[in-house]
Design a protein around this ligand. Structure first.
Ligand SMILES: C[S@@+](CC[C@H](N)C(=O)[O-])C[C@H]1O[C@@H](n2cnc3c(N)ncnc32)[C@H](O)[C@@H]1O
Length: 342
């Protein structure tokens, strides 16, 4: 995102406090905060892990900005004269749309929404700004990317950007789910999670942990065999995922559930769960996957069952064997579901 920082001088004269910086990785956002020294800056993040890294970097550089972690941009308290959205090239298109639409509602009348895009030719944002704000200004093309800005005039109703889907496992009843951009598996049940649930042995009364719950579909579907005496703890580092999970759990009548926002999993109660279900992020580096495995080992009661779905069994199985001893694995739908007993 070096290029995005190089775009800032083009729009800097338009920036008026208070400023809200939307998403972005910790280091580039820290550079934006540094470039905006003298302004009152709030940074919006959805993921607790990213937000904590950002807070650390801002402190290391002796800068000042508040970092808020929320599921929705329009839930940030207050209103702003400038919203700055540094959007990297790989960013999810649906999330871009959602951020511009939600950002409108946080601007003061006459306030500006400024997008910095890594693409030198970017059709998405010009159209999007026009659709949401009526007009869009664009800086002359730069070697570093493109800049767009629009001014808020008037009002408009809030419109939630979302997709709905139904899912069922084996012979279970169908449940309905809402999904939001920026959360895993937008608009459909993930095939890996379905593969895991199809082979998971969940019994009446089970205490289930949905580790990395995303939209909550895994824990909601698991709550059916766990029945009225069972319970589900949904855990994710992404505040949007948890907000969505709450909506889905309530809509599907899940009775005994709790939500936990955590990126280090230290607050998950030890030795309490009968079943842990995990579909970890597929990042190249497997640190989160390893943390999920270590947490499962600690939080399962003796005899509790761990299900871990992966496309990389050669790397993952030894890590699970290390902590659990003997493991089984089942191939289902092109995935490997690793099963271990505590
Ligand atoms: C592959 S997705 C699975 C989501 C969901 N279970 C499903 O099947 O749709 C992995 C989830 O892990 C979450 N995650 C990533 N790092 C995490 C961490 N350090 N602590 C807790 N959750 C994390 C992500 O936000 C994401 O929702």
């Amino acid at each position: 995102m070096k290029n995005l920082i190089d775009l800032l001088p083009i729009v800097q004269s338009k920036v008026v406090s208070p400023v809200l910086v939307v998403l972005g990785a910790p280091w580039p956002v820290t550079q934006v905060v540094e470039a905006l020294a003298g302004h009152t800056v709030t940074c919006f993040q959805m993921d607790l892990f990213q937000a904590q890294r950002l807070r650390e970097k801002i402190a290391q550089e002796n800068l000042s900005a508040e970092v808020v972690v929320l599921g929705d941009l329009w839930d940030v308290p207050g209103t702003f004269n400038t919203i700055l959205y540094p959007s990297p090239a790989h960013a999810d298109r649906e999330l871009k749309i959602d951020m511009v639409e939600q950002g409108f509602h946080l601007l003061e009348p006459g306030g500006k929404f400024i997008t910095l895009s890594e693409y030198r030719r970017d059709d998405t944002f010009a159209k999007l700004h026009k659709k949401v704000f009526g007009k869009c200004s664009e800086a002359p093309r730069s070697e570093y990317g493109s800049c767009f800005w629009s001014t808020r005039e008037g009002d408009q109703p809030r419109r939630r950007h979302e997709l709905k889907f139904h899912a069922r496992v084996n012979d279970g009843a169908s449940q309905h789910f809402v999904s939001w951009p920026g959360t895993f598996s937008y608009g459909e049940m993930d095939a890996g999670s379905r593969a895991m649930l199809e082979v998971a042995d969940i019994r009446p009364g089970d205490k289930v942990l949905d580790l990395g719950c995303g939209n909550g579909s895994v824990g909601c579907l698991a709550s059916v065999p766990a029945g009225p005496t069972g319970s589900v703890l949904f855990v994710d580092s992404n505040a949007r995922a948890l907000k969505l999970t709450e909506l889905n759990a309530t809509a599907n009548g899940v009775k005994n559930y709790k939500l936990l926002l955590s990126s280090d999993l230290l607050d998950v109660p030890v030795g309490e769960f009968d079943v842990v279900l995990a579909n970890p992020p597929y990042y190249a580096n497997s640190e989160v996957g390893r943390m999920f495995i270590a947490t499962a080992r600690e939080v399962l009661r003796p005899g509790g069952r761990f299900y871990f779905v992966t496309k990389m069994p050669v790397r993952t199985i030894p890590e699970i064997v290390d902590l659990f001893g003997q493991v089984d694995s089942i191939e289902n739908r092109g995935y490997t579901v690793v099963i271990a007993t505590a």
